[in-house]
Design a protein. Sequence first.
Length: 725
Amino acid sequence: MFQAQIAPLAAKRSFSFLRAAFFLMSYVFLPSFILSVFLLLRVGSPALAFGCSHLVLPGIFFYLRREISWKEIAVFLLLIAFSYGVSWCFFDFFHDALAYFQPAIRRIAEGFSPAYDGYMDFGRSPDVWSDASTFYPKAAMYFAACALAALGDIQPGKTYHILLLFSALFYAIHVTRNDGFLKKCLWILACLNPIALTQWTSLIIDGALASLSLIGLLFANAFFTQRSVSRLEYALGVMALSFLFCVKTTGFAYGSVILFFICLHRLYAVYRENENPPAGRRFFEAFKSATVTGLRLGGTVLLLSAVIGFNPYLTNLREGRHIFYPLVQGSSLEKMDTAAGLEDMTNIVYPEAHNRFTRFLFSIFAHPNPDPRPARLKNPFSAPLSDWWIFGNAYNLYAGGLGPLFGLLLCLAVLAQVLSSGRGNLWLWLTLLMMTFIQPHAWVLRYSPFVWLFPFLCLDAVPQKKSRFLIVPLLIALVNSGGVFYFLCAEQWRATRMTTEDFAPHCGETVFLDRTIFEFDGIFNRFDLKQKYVNPEEAFFFRYPGLRRLGQDASPMGVNFFFSEDLPPLPDFPLVLSEEKALPWLRMSEGLSAVDESGGKIWRSSGNRIKFYLRVDDGPEGDLRLTLRGKPYDLYGPRPDLSVGVFVGDRWVGTWKAGCENEAGGTFIVPARLLKEAFEAEGRLLTLMLRIPAVPFSLPKWETASFGLELERVELLPWREKPAS
């Protein structure tokens, strides 16, 4: 038979790696699926979805009671406990997770439904990162939201990384159960993807993408090799592919490629084996068989994906957008630097590489590069300590993202296949290559983490009788993954401990990080994360885990997190930025850079917004008068007057014509009601923001702006005269 057969379940009560993989996948899949149904129907809650999933799993155990062994249940429960414990011990410091994963998860856990509530409205000034997350796939976010709602802590939401990795590991062992020891080790190491290992301490989903892709490829290989597939394995493959569709937008493309090649192989196999002429009839029979396979497998996957992935795909259609918005017809991409930013970054990182293939090869054989600077090729045998340490903090590498030894591993794997005259699985290679180059930014290896499988497919082609060729490459792979994992754990544990030490003396106080409020409880040295939308514009501090750095003069690079006591009060004197007494307010500002020129230090905008973070100590007795002085600047010539929006909190209070000669152009009234809101709010935080709309950049914005605002004076004083009505 040409199609993978669905065989009955075995009746043997022995440990089954396939069942273990199925249970771990189910533990991640079920809460996401149930919560997505609840959100579609507007019933239930994330906590209820989490509870329901824990009732379904015992039902599965009971259904399989004649086949399942107590060892499987014990391993399953131990891995669940281990995953939660490890995730709980490590804090999530990665930028993308703090910027929009955690806010979105927090909102979903509190009852926000991305299908109905607050879809992105470009007609207003949005909370870009939290609202933009409404059009990101949310399979992993649903699981994290369920864990947060049920357990009261966002950190255990990261457990899906570990569970999916072990699910892939057990499935790989099951697939290679009849192979030799070295072939088993080969696929075990294939599961230890450096992308997955460097993201398991975070909510970012590229690591999950790596594990799901591996399960999907191994499942597809069962069809390519015409191996019998049990019902349990079929269910595992369907869940993995459905989750792959809904964990990341690019996952939709990767899953579609896998389904396409399964159907294409079915078409090829039936046509080749059918000897009944004529050719037209053979093709018709093959096409019919491939269509049945596509409807049976692909239809099930797409149906489940429609339920879990109603947001963003079905939500986009309901809103009249393209189904893959914003990847297609998405002007917001430029706002979020997803497409235009990557193109600019490509020109910097790979100035001499002009297509996706040369950039891809350059990335594999380059030093790990976390910064937008030209990538440097390295000796494949060289792995300096600095390259390893990069994996402690950097999850978004623009070159060398699969480890310092990956280039050497790939070279040795290709050499081993050539010397052993091995013949690889052509269908698996075609599927993997299509998945890699279907999107233009494969050189950012976290976007295509399955590139890790390239050397392992080469090694898998080595004949069993020549398995000695596998020993050295497997050792290199082990050192590569083990080294990356060690330096990640060492750095993240250090950051977690340092942050805990910083927080411990402030037990019970309010702590601010970006638009997020932490509450340190002092119990087991833990703090809980609670999202507060006190600052709806993008607010990105340059974070250095465990380091507050409040003593530095350069404001935008000086703050990691801060306590209420660090907030300076509303000033009772004019702030002149060049004076020493203004430093407390400058240190708690954002978007200002100190520039030393001949006349002294000048404070300029480092982006299109400037913020001051202030504390309201007393109940307001009246309005405040805000007076601003400054002028536009341009690196390449004079600029006309800038229209600067002035916001207090998230409320617009006026527009400042910066550089205008009119004295009243920079004077505004801050109503007492806004001060009262800040005084009554948690932390008594008041934000003063100056926004320069549509600031163009002559160079990539992480280097310098072509024009901006040069700020001279800020006055925020009580209004002593009754303003004219």
